[in-house]
Design a protein around this ligand. Structure first.
Ligand code: FMN
Length: 174
């Protein structure tokens, strides 16, 4: 069973990436907690440490924030090489040169238990509600339904024009 790795108070887990999220630097604390050798992380995409409990919307929001040059902060659950997990309080900052983003740096610290609990229940609720489609959502997505919707609209326009013509005819009798 996966167990939680507690990050010591004085540890700072730092990584740097290129603009595409490919790891270019990993600090000794990051290597030690994640359980990877430096060579196993360098030149790898940062999702190598992604934990499946993390909802994809969190990363969408992360990327849209940092790509536009802003700083993102959040509580993230990561998976270690051994399959265990650790929570981090992360701050990701874009690195700029002549106003161009040349990469990103993430500085991670030990989050408080309260922050972990809050993030854990928020992420669990995001998994339960989003991305899950019910029977009708899936049915209405099918192309045949899209075409039927279009036909129904055209039919609607057709009947309305018949109705208007009939009304015109009816009033023309008087
Ligand atoms: C500097 C930086 C640090 C990142 N740190 C993490 C991290 O600690 N854990 C994580 O799962 N994703 C992290 N990401 C986001 C990943 O690039 C990726 O978007 C995420 O793991 C989701 O994977 P996916 O985009 O393949 O769905 C980081 C990205 C950047 C730019």
């Amino acid at each position: 069973m996966a167990t939680e790795i507690n990050i010591p108070e004085d540890s700072v887990l730092i990584s740097r990436t290129d603009p595409k999220g490919i790891i270019t630097y990993a600090s000794p604390d990051f290597l030690s907690i994640s359980g990877y050798e430096e060579a196993e992380l360098l030149k790898k995409p940062h999702n190598i440490i992604r934990h499946p409990d993390m909802p994809s919307q969190v990363f969408k929001e992360l990327w849209s924030t940092i790509k536009t040059g802003h700083v993102w902060t959040g509580i993230v659950k990561n998976r270690s090489k051994s399959g265990d997990y650790y929570w981090v309080d992360a701050t990701i900052t874009p690195l700029k040169e002549s106003n161009q983003i040349i990469g990103y740096v993430s500085v991670r610290k030990n989050p408080s238990r309260q922050d972990i609990k809050r993030a854990e229940s928020l992420y669990a609720s995001m998994h339960n509600t989003s991305g899950k489609k019910n029977f009708f959502d899936r049915l209405f997505e099918k192309p045949i339904f899209q075409i039927s919707k279009l036909c129904a609209s055209l039919l609607g326009v057709f009947f309305i024009s018949i109705f208007i013509n009939a009304l015109g005819f009816f009033f023309s009798l008087f």
